[in-house]
Ligand binder design. Structure first.
Ligand code: SF4
Length: 370
């Protein structure tokens, strides 16, 4: 099918829920994320789904069940595939990922996978024709960092040599796939480990040929729930430093930030002004529960995100995805952060970030100062 694809860019990010909120006048399901693997060759200290990782996993639901449910989502614009490492099993790549991505592609729906990119290049090449965004985590300045961060929860020692091989493969894969035209978006977390090295991490991401640097605070979830988070002052200072040293041609996407236009802090307002005025810098509203749901392909359970503590809201076997989404929108937890200030293009905070930095705050009573 011949289709004209709009290029992803700072002015076109179909994962940002502000777009569907503007278009339909209410939060609308436009995005579905599938968890297709609980296997991974790494055990990162910050893994937001670390507690769900296993050494062997059971069967998944038939893909046809998921596709039938996607058919019912009228305004579907994006799908994401996540894990674990979703490409860990070749069978999952061939029997689930490629057909799911092809389905999306044929429907004009944009696609993303979340991968550590450390496995053989071939499996990433199989999905390349149907993939819009290869999302990777990148929080390192060298192989030693990667070794320290990536295997700390392994349960068995992983030597620096093995870790270095994987690190090198990730760099080579990223460079080769970028060269072949793949859009790689490398995400760095802002935490106590990365705060002093963010400029160097950014440079390596540029050198790999990535097209976007995604920057988020570390989610205090699962393996990361006991790691120290940055204070708001530390986070602001780290973002300013990144902006001071960045490559201006690289798109920087900041997400799940704890800084809002309704803040009475002059430092927050200054940072937000800078973010609004920097070329090639965007601040994405959090998609989880605003335009997106997560489907676990092993159980069929449907969640607001793959890592929140909120229990399943429904199941693929007997619920329509749009009904489950409406159930979440009416949920008391969702309502605590259900604010919208059109002038600031903001539709409220991520729940985990709000709980970490603004416990008990009722955002629905706030308004952007703009
Ligand atoms: S939408 Fe909510 S978080 Fe954003 S500026 Fe308005 S009140 Fe603050």
């Amino acid at each position: 099918m011949n289709r004209t694809w709009t290029e992803l860019s700072p002015s076109y990010d179909p994962w940002d829920p502000i777009r569907s909120l503007r278009q339909y006048g209410r939060h609308t399901l436009t995005s579905v994320e599938f968890t297709v693997s609980n296997l991974c060759n790494m055990r990162c200290e910050h893994c937001a789904v670390g507690d769900t990782l296993v050494m062997q996993e059971g069967p998944k639901l038939p893909l046809a069940d998921a596709l039938r449910k996607l058919d019912e989502v009228e305004h579907l614009e994006t799908i994401s595939i996540t894990g674990g490492e979703p490409t860990f099993s070749v069978k999952t790549v061939k029997d689930y990922m490629v057909p799911l991505l092809r389905y999306a592609h044929e429907r004009g729906v944009r696609t993303q996978i979340n991968s550590n990119l450390t496995l053989d290049l071939e499996r990433y090449e199989w999905i390349a024709p149907y993939l819009d965004v290869m999302h990777i985590s990148f929080n390192y300045t060298n192989a030693e960092d990667f070794h320290e961060v990536g295997f700390v929860r392994s349960g068995r020692p992983v030597g620096i040599k093995s870790a270095s091989r994987l690190y090198e493969r990730m760099l080579e894969n990223a460079a080769a796939l970028s060269k072949g035209g793949m859009f790689i978006s490398a995400e760095s977390m802002l935490n106590t480990r990365t705060q002093d090295h963010i400029a160097q991490i950014h440079r390596l991401i540029v050198e790999m040929g990535c097209r976007r640097h995604e920057v988020h605070p570390m989610y205090p979830s699962s393996f990361a729930s006991n790691l120290p988070i940055l204070s708001l002052d530390q986070m602001r200072e780290t973002i300013h430093r990144l902006l001071d040293s960045r490559d201006p041609d690289m798109w920087i996407l900041l997400g799940t930030l704890p800084f809002f236009a309704c803040s009475s802090s002059e430092e927050d307002q200054m940072l937000l002004r800078r973010l609004r005025n920097e070329p090639n810098v965007t601040v994405r509203n959090d998609p989880d529960g605003r335009n997106r749901l997560n489907v676990n392909m092993f159980t069929g359970d449907i969640y607001v995100t793959d890592f929140a503590d909120v229990p399943a809201l429904g199941n693929l076997s007997n619920d329509r995805l749009e009904e489950v989404f409406d159930r979440w929108i009416q949920h008391p937890l969702s309502r605590t952060v259900d604010c919208h200030c059109p002038a600031a293009a903001c539709c409220g905070p991520n729940l985990l970030v709000a709980n970490s930095y603004y416990p008990g705050e009722d955002f629905t009573r706030r308004k952007a100062i703009i």
